[in-house]
Design a protein. Structure first.
Length: 475
């Protein structure tokens, strides 16, 4: 099994340079520890790291340069925040949810990691604010009021602690405390990872060590999906026109995957068009609009817990499906009634504008919510959280809604678009020839009280016209 990659973000104002150097050295030694070799790799994310520094661009703010050049705190497993007597420079953007400004980039990094559910370690130096050799403290850059304002969030109104942080006297004490805390977190993660690996080891081995088995698993899943959609697609039409499952002209089970594939072509074309539109829109926005405008709101969404984002996606998806079914209720009702064997209505007549808009609406909704789940599940932390027992129902519900969306898009394909048959007359009644055998055929008469008829080809009332058209053309 590949070692887990761990990223630790260092966040602090500019007055704790010595602590930042000690932290980078300590974490570098920790990553080379024999106890972690082969199990964990440690990467320190620090804007002032001489070997991994973020370029400070003249076109954007320093904080924006750091955000572009380095992983965000919400993307790192641990964030270490160090304070002394400076808070830093206020940020013009991004803003807090209430519209106020962050006191500094350090506060934004702290909030970014905290809202993402990451482990955050906070350390505060308690030494005098004007030590010898630190000229910047004598130049008016010390901000004790702002630092105190930041640490007020760690206490409740009655003075009790709401959250914890460590106070140290000198950098060497900080280094020892940091190593002890990081080792404790790593030990907890390694125990969890070991238990998780033992639980899923057979499945992981089967899925990852054999590319052929993984390919076969995905292929079987795709064939199964096409088979189910093709079965519903074919049988809903055949039941409506009176064809038994074993009758001549009925789609055999081996053809169901093909019907499912045919039904998937229109949504796939819509998806390709949407991907092209999204790519062009992104390129245009990046070229025309300012960066802070195009990225507005995205960092805040990424800081939400995966379960919160999953619930939001589920609510939006359910609302969209309910609204779509309500808006296209006449068409959906006609399709369901026809699939149940009842008389067709004029909603199924070719040329009805709701046919195309129904498919496009559901295809766009399926694209949007599939993309939303994909963006959410790209994160390993999100996958781990949504696989736990309390949150597992969210992932299952999302899969069920996507499957429902797929079925709503694909099941009317044959009924609406693959329904052309030869027009025939049986006496004064206009019918359509569904199947033809040597001794007779099955007729579907949409406007007759007896919609399904089995007639002999020698019957004088039976007359063929040779005209091929939709069986709903005369409704």
């Amino acid at each position: 099994m590949r070692p887990r990659h761990l990223r630790i973000f260092l966040s602090s104002p500019a007055d704790v340079v010595e602590e930042r150097v000690l932290a980078r050295r300590a974490l570098e030694r920790l990553g080379k520890s024999p106890l972690l070799r082969g199990r964990l790799t440690v990467e320190t994310v620090s804007w002032d790291d001489p070997e991994y520094a973020a370029p400070l661009l003249a076109s954007v703010t320093p904080q924006e340069s750091i955000n572009r050049g380095l992983p965000r705190p919400s993307e790192c497993e641990i964030t270490v925040c160090i304070f002394w007597c400076r808070m830093g420079t206020p940020l013009a953007a991004p803003l807090k949810p209430d519209g106020s400004r962050y006191m500094s980039g350090t506060e934004w990094e702290f909030e970014d990691a905290l809202h993402a559910g990451r482990d955050v370690l906070v350390y505060r130096r308690a030494a005098p604010a004007h030590p010898t050799g630190h000229r910047e403290h004598h130049d008016g850059l010390c901000q004790p009021e702002l630092v105190e304002q930041f640490f007020e969030r760690f206490r409740n109104g009655d003075g009790s602690f709401r959250a914890g942080y460590w106070v140290y006297e000198h950098p060497a004490q900080f280094e020892r405390r940091l190593l002890a805390d990081i080792e404790a977190l790593l030990n907890r993660w390694l125990v969890t990872e070991t238990a998780h690996a033992r639980e899923y080891a057979p499945f992981r081995t089967w899925l990852t060590e054999s590319r052929m088995q993984a390919w076969l698993a995905w292929t079987a899943g795709a064939v199964g999906l096409f088979t189910i959609t093709g079965c519903l697609n074919a049988r809903s039409f055949e039941i409506g026109v009176g064809l038994a499952a074993d009758a001549v002209g009925a789609a055999p089970p081996l053809s169901w995957p093909l019907w499912g594939l045919r039904a998937a072509v229109p949504p796939a074309v819509t998806w390709i068009a949407l991907l092209v539109v999204v790519a062009i829109t992104k390129a245009t926005c990046r070229a025309v609009l300012p960066t802070h405008f195009t990225s507005a709101g995205i960092p805040y969404l990424k800081t939400l817990r995966p379960s919160t984002r999953a619930v939001s996606i589920l609510i939006a998806h359910v609302t969209t499906l309910v609204f779509t079914c309500w808006y296209f209720a006449p068409l959906v009702g006609s399709l369901l009634r026809f699939a149940a064997g009842y008389a067709p209505t004029s909603e199924l007549r070719p040329g009805n504008s709701s046919h195309g808009s129904y498919g496009y609406t559901l295809s766009v909704g399926l694209f949007v919510f599939t993309a939303a789940w994909y963006e959410l599940l790209k994160s390993r932390r999100a996958r781990r959280e949504l696989c736990r027992r309390p949150q597992r129902i969210l992932a299952i519900s999302g899969a069920a809604l996507l499957a429902t969306n797929v079925l709503l898009v694909t099941f009317p394909h044959r009924t609406l678009y693959r329904n052309a048959r030869e027009q025939v007359w049986y006496g004064p009644e206009l019918c359509y020839l569904m199947t033809l055998r040597d001794d007779g055929g099955l007729l579907f008469c949409p406007m007759s009280a007896t919609r399904h008829r089995t007639v002999s080809t020698t019957d004088r009332s039976f007359r063929r016209t040779g005209v091929i058209e939709s069986i709903f053309a005369e409704l």
